[in-house]
Design a protein around this ligand. Structure first.
Ligand code: ATP
Ligand code: MG
Length: 739
């Protein structure tokens, strides 16, 4: 893959400095400089190093000569991708390009390579990020979080699993952590079965955001875990695009459930028998895969200690949703909806949920409204009934998913809280989304990304400033775009988009999506990041529809269609349905709806407010930790190996803010390295420091920079590290070393 004699440069996020190592891809076990026997001349030839860089690019984008050029950036990614090198750093940010094939880079051997190894001694890798986080936590007692972002199919979930696997392997020697590790690892297949689905962009797409804390005891052994979940895409339960699928669990159950289970759940083994799972007929291989996954899910449930009875209730819920989807309504003589008597689907739902079948028919076809002390029962028409049925299916599935996460958390809770010391959090959450048509979901997701970008800015600049201060180096302010203005536009009290949206949702009477749009425009038309259709610039922008508004996000402009915003934000379920569900003999369903019901006099929080609050809680959690970042890139839309779609990648480089990230990183001193490490590596470059320098390492480094004739502007001497401004300086030093 790479040349044995080549040069690579790796950053040490733990120390905030860059280290130059011998051929990082394959030769990183060697101690730097070990094989050199004598001091060398400083006028190095650069040819060899250049050739290598030409072929596999640089390991850290900071080393790009033309760091402002997106073309150079993408070129570097391409070179590495071609060589099957999927990881590259920008300082302490790991960039990962999905290879869409299994590379031998996650082997036991690789794990060993990063295990207890100083970060800079090995090439960029997700294991390096995991190891660094683990060491900082255990040895330096700094709580960690790893934030993974990128668009659908870019490899976020795979990265998060690798981190978990690495930590599990890293703690292998510790006693009594086996069960916890198993549970942590098994939480993945379980959550994926219920929360992932095949989409056009990803065969195993996470349709929810996830933050997972791994809790460690004082010995550094995993002691427990806690998961927070965000915004499950509930609409998928009732409809999905052609060629996509519903959540995996439906197909897994139908393919893998044995005859006894199927009969208990009154199911046939065919997804095409159910409206919510009809899709293009799945190939046999898919069915086998689903069946196999079902066994894995059952196994995972055992590890999580979900017993037979609970499993029974869970699968009854999955089956209920399938039967619900098949309930049909007909128009009766009065023009209202009716379900045929003895409709097997209704009977099945009633049976599985242990509710009264007549009552179930009633709540799906009528609605009681309390109006000034009167209770009026109003019949629904066919369309309203279908809406109520789908709303129920979504509510049951969505609440059950939350229940499942809570159930997992109960199982992952540390047995011995006193022994618990600290956590590493892993965030695997949807990246910025710009589709041809963007709706409420994209609005939520992009708001989330604005908040995370804001956190990134705060934490990165903060840690930079702190390091300069610690090292006694004058801080030089860096120009950057602060997206707080967009966060405020969305979430400011009273005047932000969320406040206006909630106001419209709560306004009695005639609020509609278009009245919402009108109010948004009325309040925000002057805002520099808001564009109403009135203001659309027909020269540069496609003309916006009358039901659209546009936000200038940090990652680019997104036009949102306001249709269904109110409905999705209200997320209402008729009260009769809630009451009936709270009386269910299925204890999970009853529990899920009971809480809802108790609050029924009060209006539940809107979807966006719930999301905003949970997001702000998340930001609070993350702010208290030391972050590492993984930015994932998807190389093509065809899910194919070796295809590098430049246009697609260029979009992602923009959305992920990578050029800005690099620019900010390069604005100050791009590299820093402890005096000891710098001296150890380069002592051969001066007769005064070779073979050993007797005195403080700082003085030795001073001798070295004098010998190498560094200009004053090129470097600073901090309290414990040398700071180097230009990559060229370091390259020349490294090339001299190579002579
Ligand atoms: P979504 O937002 O849709 O959940 P994601 O970013 O989580 O997407 P993943 O599910 O992690 O994407 O990755 C999509 C697919 O790409 C995986 O199922 C796997 O086939 C492939 N893939 C991702 N990362 C790697 C990797 N490091 N090595 C090999 N294949 C990978
Ligand atoms: Mg995912």
């Amino acid at each position: 893959m790479t040349d044995q004699n080549s040069v690579n440069v790796v950053e040490n996020p733990g120390e905030g400095g860059v280290q130059v190592v011998e051929n990082g891809e394959s030769n990183s076990q060697e101690a730097p400089g070990k094989e050199l026997q004598r001091p060398f001349s400083i006028q190095g030839h650069m040819e060899h190093a250049l050739q290598h860089r030409e072929r596999v690019g640089v390991q850290d984008f900071i080393l790009l000569e033309d760091y402002r050029s997106e073309a150079a950036f993408i070129d570097n990614l391409r070179k590495r991708f071609r060589e099957n090198i999927i990881y590259t750093y920008i300082g302490n940010v790991l960039i990962s390009v999905n290879p869409y094939k299994n590379l031998p880079i996650y082997t036991e051997e690789k794990i060993q390579q990063y295990y207890k190894k100083a970060f800079f001694e090995a090439p960029p890798h997700v294991f390096a990020i995991a190891d660094n986080a683990y060491r900082s936590l255990v040895y330096e007692h700094r709580e960690q979080c790893i934030l993974i972002s990128g668009e659908s199919g870019s490899g976020k979930t795979e990265a998060s699993k690798k981190i978990l696997e690495y930590i599990a392997a890293r703690t292998n020697h510790l006693q009594n952590v086996e069960t916890v590790k198993d549970k942590l690892l098994q939480s993945n297949p379980l959550l994926e079965a219920f929360g992932n689905a095949k989409t056009h962009r990803n065969d195993n797409s996470s349709r929810f955001g996830k933050y997972m804390d791994i809790q460690f005891n004082y010995e550094g052994g995993p002691e427990g875990g806690h998961i927070l979940n965000y915004l499950l895409e509930k609409s998928r339960v009732v409809s999905h695009m052609d060629g996509e699928r519903n959540f995996h669990i439906f197909y897994q159950l139908l393919a893998g459930g044995d005859a006894a289970l199927m009969s208990r759940l009154r199911l046939q083994n065919r997804p095409d028998a159910y409206k919510y799972t009809t899709d293009i007929t799945s190939p046999v291989s898919q069915k086998n895969h689903d069946a196999e996954q079902f066994r894995i899910v059952q196994e995972a449930m055992k590890v999580i200690e979900i017993g037979e009875a609970e499993q029974g209730e869970i699968f009854a819920i999955v089956a209920t949703v399938l039967h619900l989807g098949n309930i049909k309504f007909v128009k009766n003589n009065e023009g209202y909806a009716e379900i045929l008597n003895h409709d097997p689907n209704t009977e099945n739902v009633a049976e599985l949920l242990k509710v009264d079948a007549t009552k179930l028919r009633e709540v799906l076809t009528s609605r009681t409204i309390e109006a000034s002390h009167d209770v009026v029962n109003t019949p629904l028409d066919v369309e309203q009934s279908q809406y109520a049925r789908d709303a129920l299916a979504k509510a049951i599935y969505g609440k059950h998913f939350n229940w499942l996460v809570a159930r997992l958390n109960a199982s992952l809770e540390p047995k011995d809280k006193i022994a618990m010391s600290s956590v590493i959090g892993i965030l695997d959450i949807y990246g910025f989304e710009i589709f041809p048509k963007n709706s409420f979901e994209q609005f939520c997701i992009n708001f989330c990304n604005e908040k995370l970008q804001q956190l990134f800015i705060q934490l990165t600049l903060k840690s930079e400033q702190e390091e300069y201060l610690r090292e006694g180096i004058t801080w030089e302010p860096v120009e950057y775009f602060n997206n707080i203005i967009i966060c405020d536009l969305i979430e400011a009290k009273h005047k932000g988009i969320i406040a206006i949206l909630d106001d419209e949702c709560l306004r009695p009477g005639d609020a509609t999506d278009s009245s919402l749009l009108e109010r948004l425009t009325q309040h925000l038309d002057q805002h520099p990041h808001y564009k109403s259709h009135r203001k659309a610039d027909t020269r540069t922008q496609k003309i916006m529809g009358r039901d659209e508004f546009c936000l200038k996000h940090y990652a680019g402009e997104v036009t949102y269609n306001v249709n269904t915003f109110l409905e999705k934000n209200n997320d209402l379920l008729f009260r009769d349905i809630q009451t009936l569900m709270a009386s269910s003999g299925n204890s999970i369903v009853a529990n899920c709806f009971k809480e809802y019901n108790l609050l029924s006099k009060k209006r539940p929080e809107t979807a966006i407010t719930q999301f905003k609050n949970s997001l702000n809680d998340l930001i609070k959690i993350l702010s208290s930790k030391e972050p590492s970042y993984i930015r994932c890139i998807k190389p093509n839309d065809a899910k194919m190996p070796m295809q590098f779609d430049e246009k697609l990648i260029s979009h992602q480089v923009k959305y992920l803010g990578l050029m800005e990230n690099l620019r900010v990183r390069r604005a100050g001193f791009a590299y820093r390295r402890t005096y000891e490490a710098f001296l150890e590596r380069y002592k051969c470059l001066s007769a005064e420091t070779w073979p050993n320098f007797h005195g403080p390492p700082r003085d030795g480094v001073q001798k070295l920079v004098e010998a190498m004739k560094y200009e004053r502007e090129e470097y600073r001497m901090g309290n414990s590290k040398i700071f180097i401004r230009f990559p060229k300086t370091l390259f020349e030093t490294e090339d001299a070393y190579q002579v």
